[in-house]
Design a protein around this ligand. Structure first.
Ligand code: NAP
Ligand code: GDD
Length: 320
């Protein structure tokens, strides 16, 4: 009998890659989508006929209970969230409702319907914020720097708490930034690679950015969803940092992305204060040793290859 998995956030970057992976592993994949006046299925259009899409919302616990009762998944991957850090200052309460309280609603729905369901929570390196150690691992204390980071800390600890209180197989993946050609256009990597493609094709003549000094540990999203899957295949639930172990400033991202199109970044990048944040996370770099040792996880794509892949995909999409 095929295993069944429920993915919340299936229309997002990670949801689309995870759905592909689980289908290739022979799963029956159920994806939760929220009601919208227009469809947001672009990232899963190529596999939509193999998925069961159901309507639900992390803000509505009744919808979660009904989905679990009807589809009886063996595994739940909770990827849905208000995931853009900058928006979390403009919409702090909504961010808390979905990114923090949404986790409790899903955990409680699992406890109500079937406590044997295995659960994955999409935790984040943003929880480390003003970092208390370099590199960051599973023992590094959290110091979030945005309403989003604070909400993710809540989501992380409620996952640990339900695991310890109710013996749920609930794991938390503390994932560092991961990107792809499917990344939302508001995040800096995609904003840069899309900006490069537009400039190269004569559709724009500048790219406006905020803090070029921030450093991130950037990996490839398709590599990272493999770690989520591996966590739920373990006998025991646990928490894992998933990262590359390397960090690069936004300035270097610009350098590599513009060079991939034969351009020099300093001729086009303009600093615009509107993209600066009220509080910044200056440096993230993760130590993935535990995920490598216990899960046997390895990333396959390095930073230059990732950026070049994204520039090539944006050029191709815009040329089309
Ligand atoms: P994303 O592209 O922004 O996707 C977010 C998904 O959540 C979308 O499918 C969105 O649906 C859905 N969603 C938002 N609010 C919802 C609600 N109230 N009810 C149901 N669905 C809702 O994010 P991502 O990059 O794939 O990231 C996946 C998860 O990993 C997120 O929780 C994110 O915070 C976390 N994370 C991401 C990274 C990263 O670098 N990508 C790193 C660490 C952790 P719509 O399509 O309807 O908007
Ligand atoms: N978005 C954006 N736009 N970021 C900019 C810009 C700009 O114009 N200019 C500079 N940056 C800097 C930000 O200030 C930040 O330091 C860095 O680029 C990365 O920003 P984002 O790509 O928006 O990602 P993030 O690190 O804030 O958050 C992402 O990674 C987290 C994991 O660490 C998101 O995917 C979160 O959902 C995820 O949890």
């Amino acid at each position: 009998m095929a295993k069944r998995a429920l993915i919340t956030g299936i229309t997002g970057q990670d949801g689309s890659y995870l759905a592909e992976l689980l289908l290739s592993e022979g799963y029956h994949v159920v994806g939760m989508v929220r009601r919208s006046s227009t469809e947001t299925f672009e990232r899963i259009a190529h596999i939509q006929d193999q998925l069961t899409l159901v309507s639900g919302d992390l803000l509505d616990e009744v919808s979660l209970i009904n989905i679990l009762q009807e589809h009886r998944p063996h595994e739940v991957y909770n990827l849905a969230a208000q995931s853009f850090v900058q928006t979390s200052w403009a919409q702090p309460v909504f961010t808390g409702e979905s990114t923090a309280m949404g986790v409790t609603r899903m955990l409680d729905a699992i406890r109500t319907v079937d406590s044997e369901i295995r659960f994955y929570q999409a935790s984040s390196s943003e929880m480390f914020g003003k970092v208390q150690a370099v590199p960051q691992d599973e023992d590094t204390p959290f110091y979030p720097r945005s309403p989003y980071g604070v909400a993710k800390v809540y989501g992380h600890w409620i996952t640990v708490n339900y695991r310890e209180s109710y013996d749920l197989h609930a794991s938390s993946g503390i994932l560092f930034n991961h990107e792809s050609p499917r990344r939302g256009l508001e995040f800096v990597t995609r904003k840069v690679t899309n900006g490069v493609a537009k400039i190269k094709l004569g559709l724009a003549n500048e790219l406006r950015l905020g803090n070029l000094d921030a450093q991130r540990d950037w990996g490839f999203a398709a590599d990272y969803v493999r770690a989520m899957y591996l966590m739920l295949q373990q006998d025991r639930p646990d928490d894992y940092v998933v990262a590359t172990g390397e960090t690069h400033p936004v300035r270097e991202l610009c350098e590599v992305a513009f060079a991939a199109a034969g351009l020099h970044w300093e001729n086009f990048v303009v600093i615009d204060p509107q993209f600066m944040r009220p509080a910044e996370v200056d440096l993230l770099v993760g130590d993935p040793s535990k995920a490598e040792r216990v899960l046997g996880w390895r990333r396959e794509v390095d930073f230059p290859s990732l950026v070049e892949m994204m520039v090539a995909a944006d050029l191709k999409a815009l040329q089309r």
